[in-house]
Design a protein. Structure first.
Length: 244
């Protein structure tokens, strides 16, 4: 944080950093910078808040790097005087996140994440086929390549069975769509072509969603850059409360 930071900025920045640190499961490094002055703080106004962290872990998800910058925000002035930031109105922010392959797979293997994996319903020639991921791992073998290895529970025509698969894709860029390079069944009796086609349609629908919500924060992914062993995400966030 800059040396010329005002006393009130130091107070809020230190208090917010301490509050966030206490709420994280495991703490690597976190730095919070609040941009305001005493007059604005008393009025419950802040020009912006920036947060940067390394090696942070929250609810079984470890983040290698994260940076967040908000726009102007409205806060609870009474709480601010005690060095805490409580939003009185939602705020927009730009978020940059770096995840490693190891951290992603550790999260996907955790009980909390696996218990939240949804069941997807696919329309296959007018019939509903349900598909629920049971296990999932991701590989980032090279730049612009993502591999998936998993086991899914497939229900179709009154029959329930497990299917193992591997897939290799190239993520979407500003000039290219998502490209499926390969798809192979490794366990079970395989999946019919019509179901695979319906699954591809469902994946496109999920990718094209304008935003998704996590811990009362709506995230809209603007870019995703895959490099060997890591993934960089740039997103716009609509935040209703500071990270907790």
């Amino acid at each position: 944080m800059p040396d010329e930071q005002r006393l009130e900025e130091q107070l809020l920045s230190h208090g917010a950093g301490k509050m966030i640190s206490e709420q994280l499961d495991k703490l690597g490094k976190v730095d919070v910078d609040v941009q305001t002055d005493l007059f604005k703080m008393i009025q419950g106004q802040v020009d912006g808040v920036s947060l940067s962290g390394e090696g942070l872990e929250l609810q079984d998800i470890r983040v290698q790097e994260i940076t967040l910058q908000t726009d102007n925000i409205a806060i609870n002035p009474l709480s601010a005087l005690f060095g805490q930031i409580e939003l009185s109105q939602p705020v927009n922010a730009t978020v940059r996140i770096v995840l490693t392959e190891e951290d992603i797979n550790r999260a996907l293997s955790s009980d909390s994440i696996r218990s939240q994996m949804p069941t997807y319903e696919l329309n296959v020639d007018g019939e509903i086929v349900s598909l629920k991921p049971l296990e999932m791992q991701i590989q980032l073998p090279s730049d612009r390549q993502m591999g998936f290895t998993g086991i899914v529970l497939l229900k179709e025509k009154g029959d329930t069975r497990t299917v193992g698969f591997t897939a290799m894709v190239r993520p979407r860029t500003s000039t290219e769509p998502i490209i499926l390079e390969s798809f192979n069944c490794t366990q079970g009796e395989g999946i019919c072509l019509d179901t695979v086609a319906a699954l591809i349609v469902k994946v496109k629908e999920l990718v094209d969603l304008p935003s998704f919500e996590y811990q009362k924060t709506a995230l809209s992914i603007k870019s995703l850059v895959v490099q060997k062993g890591s993934m960089k995400i740039l997103a716009q966030a609509h935040v209703t409360q500071m990270p907790s």
